[in-house]
Design a protein around this ligand. Structure first.
Ligand SMILES: C[S@@+](CC[C@H](N)C(=O)[O-])C[C@H]1O[C@@H](n2cnc3c(N)ncnc32)[C@H](O)[C@@H]1O
Length: 210
């Protein structure tokens, strides 16, 4: 039911999503480059692929599966992959209940998704489940700013932004990573006001050294 809400929000936005991203231009490209530099392959999952804006940054040698809940976002991703002659397995799937066995991937990567996943803690637990022991979960996310004034402004604007664009401005994703039981390795601040963060975590699983 909650996943259905995310689908209903993103399907209508799909035709204009890339246009809405234009103002972030060069900054967004450098953030995405940093995100993918943290992903360790060879088997990678991109959770919430959207229209495929990360495709230019995929590591060449990796085998990548990319999932999204919105068929229309996925249709755009499929067209982009074909234009780029890129091999990527695209799947319509709810990242709150992934259709993969435990320990299927070396890393799970995601950008600007946990602001719109209805139950982010459940989604993060799912990423941890499908990532192998010792593997990585790498997130690029905008989060609620720490400053009191800006934080409250983001709280105030969130209901309107949810209605218009389907995501929350005030998600506390670093806290959600902890609440999901992941091992938080690093948080990099990518802008001056502390809104955009690169989060590197690991699943809490024993590594079998053989
Ligand atoms: C803001 S867009 C980000 C798209 C892309 N990652 C990017 O960086 O441009 C959020 C995406 O998350 C997807 N999404 C939201 N909730 C989801 C869920 N529960 N399962 C799978 N995808 C979901 C939406 O359909 C949408 O494509």
């Amino acid at each position: 039911m909650a996943a259905e809400t995310a689908r209903r929000r993103y399907d209508p936005i799909a035709p204009v999503y890339d246009l809405l991203q234009c103002p972030m231009g060069r900054a967004s490209a450098s953030w995405r480059k940093r995100l993918w530099a943290e992903a360790k392959g060879p088997r990678l999952l991109e959770a919430g692929v959207g229209t495929g804006r990360n495709f230019p940054f995929y590591p060449n040698s990796a085998k990548i599966t990319a999932a999204d809940i919105s068929p229309r976002m996925l249709a755009r991703a499929r067209a982009r992959a074909s234009r780029m002659d890129l091999e990527v397995e695209l799947r319509e799937m709810d990242i709150q209940s992934l259709g993969y066995p435990d320990n299927s991937f070396d890393s799970a990567v995601s950008s600007f998704v946990f602001c719109s996943v209805p139950d982010p803690v459940r989604g993060l637990k799912e990423l941890a489940r499908v990532v192998k022991p010792g593997g990585r979960i790498v997130l690029l996310e905008h989060v609620r700013p720490r400053g009191r004034v800006l934080g409250r402004l983001f709280d105030f604007l969130t209901p309107l932004v949810v209605r218009l664009f389907g995501f929350r401005l005030n998600r506390r994703t670093v806290e959600n990573v902890r609440r999901a039981g992941l091992k938080l390795e690093r948080v990099d601040y990518l802008d001056r006001v502390g809104i955009v963060k690169l989060i590197v975590a690991r699943p809490h699983k024993e590594v079998d050294d053989g």
